[in-house]
Design a protein around this ligand. Structure first.
Ligand SMILES: Cc1ncc(COP(=O)(O)O)c(C=O)c1O
Length: 399
């Protein structure tokens, strides 16, 4: 682990970073790739024919190929966005004409607002039903409940690949199978999945999957929307303007093919080049090694938190879940827990985690929680410092 830790310049012995669920810190090689771009060929892409522009375009498009290969997709199915939220909004925009009055859109109560609001808004605007699938008492997606909701008028099923609060992973292949049986489009939110588990879009069989690049070791301002080529071929872009048209006349315009069609204006060239490097980092570390390390550490975290009096953990014990644990400390507001931990160099997130409906559904005090999320560079010492820190916070508050 020492080797991996040394690849992250932001880490030091003073720092315990337990907020990779919000965004990952970046390996040196990603930072170097971004710096190389800005220092040595800082030109725009898809425009100039001079050497800087050619190099920038080459590396930008190479990053697309790397992402496509990572998730087993075709290059034209990979659209660069600024985050997972933009990708999900774009998916909702492309599917907009297919949803009409009296149709149904299904999401789950596990969803982050990014995969909740675009669908709620679309349903409201079209006069469609907005149906929210439930979870089991343990916190897993309730497949039977989902199946009951899959009426023939269901047009879209939008489900997370991993909960950002409970860490649970829905049975994704079954979700897709059920949705396809009624002819619904399946949109998956892969923001919390890609940084931890291998994604194979062909094997999954969904129609869209949105990811955050910045949660998967890539620079801020990077995201990916994967969509099926046959849907992207005729879809309507969210933005119109430069670089996304074939030809513009006084009386109209012809759109370019995907992916350019969906990438209007100047993109985040340095960020995307960094994203390409992040893919190489993931492949070099290997998903197997990541999964094994994180599973062991999540188990350790789960057990260690159990020893703290008055601490309630949310979600099931770590099995089929990603490497995060949300919790509350009785008698202390989650923001106070996080603030005091921060003073000790321990960085965790507190709040509703953009999952207000889930917090309300679970009856979580304050509608908020503290969340510790782990990554490949975290160690058992990090967890020990968190536990020690929480004990100190309890002392400060006299609980
Ligand atoms: C499950 C899930 N979906 C979507 C998002 C939104 O991602 P982004 O901030 O990249 O838009 C997040 C971010 O926390 C998330 O955890």
């Amino acid at each position: 682990m020492r080797d991996i830790r040394s690849e992250f310049p932001a880490l030091s012995d003073e720092v315990v970073y337990l907020d990779s669920g919000a965004t990952s810190i970046k390996p040196r090689r990603v930072l170097d790739a971004v710096r190389d771009y800005y220092e040595n060929f800082p030109a725009n892409v898809h425009r100039g024919g001079y050497p800087w522009a050619n190099r920038a375009t080459e590396l930008y498009e190479r990053a697309r190929k790397k992402v496509a290969s990572l998730i087993n997709a075709e290059s034209e199915e990979v659209i660069f966005t600024k985050n997972a939220t933009e990708g999900l909004n774009l998916a909702a925009h492309i599917l907009d004409p297919l949803v009409g009055e009296g149709d149904r859109i299904i999401v789950s109560i596990l969803e982050h607002h990014a995969n909740f609001l675009p669908w709620m808004r679309l349903a409201r605007r079209k006069g469609a039903e907005f149906s929210i699938a439930r979870i089991t008492a343990e916190g897993y997606l309730d497949l039977e409940d989902l199946e009951r909701r899959m009426t023939p008028n269901t047009k879209v099923v939008a489900i997370t690949m991993a909960s950002n609060v409970l860490g649970t992973i829905p049975p994704l292949r079954e979700v897709v199978k059920l949705a396809r049986r009624v002819g619904a489009y399946v949109v998956l939110d892969g923001a919390q999945y890609l940084p931890h588990r291998r994604v194979d879009v062909k094997a999954l069989g969904a129609h869209f999957i949105s990811f955050s690049g910045h949660k998967a070791f890539a620079p801020m301002g990077t995201g990916i929307l994967w969509g099926r080529a046959e849907i992207l071929r005729d879809g309507s872009p969210l933005l119109v303007g430069g670089s996304m048209i074939r030809h513009v006349r006084e009386d109209g315009y012809d759109l370019a093919d995907s992916p350019n069609r969906y990438e209007a204006g100047t993109p985040n060239v340095g960020g995307v080049i960094g994203l390409g490097e992040a893919v190489d980092f993931i492949l070099e570390v290997g998903y197997e090694r990541m999964a094994e390390h994180e599973a062991r550490l999540t188990e350790y975290l789960w057990e260690a938190l159990a020893d703290i009096p008055g601490l309630e953990r949310y979600g099931p014990p770590p099995k089929d879940r990603t490497s995060l644990v949300a919790f509350n400390v009785a008698g202390v507001h989650p923001h106070d827990v996080a603030w005091y931990l921060g003073e000790m160099g321990i960085m965790v997130r507190s709040g509703g985690h953009c999952a207000h409906p889930l917090h309300a559904h679970l009856g979580i005090p304050y509608g908020q929680s503290v969340r510790a999320s782990l990554s490949i560079f975290n160690t058992t010492e990090d967890v020990d410092r968190l536990v020690e820190g929480i004990r100190k916070v309890r002392k400060v508050f006299g609980v």
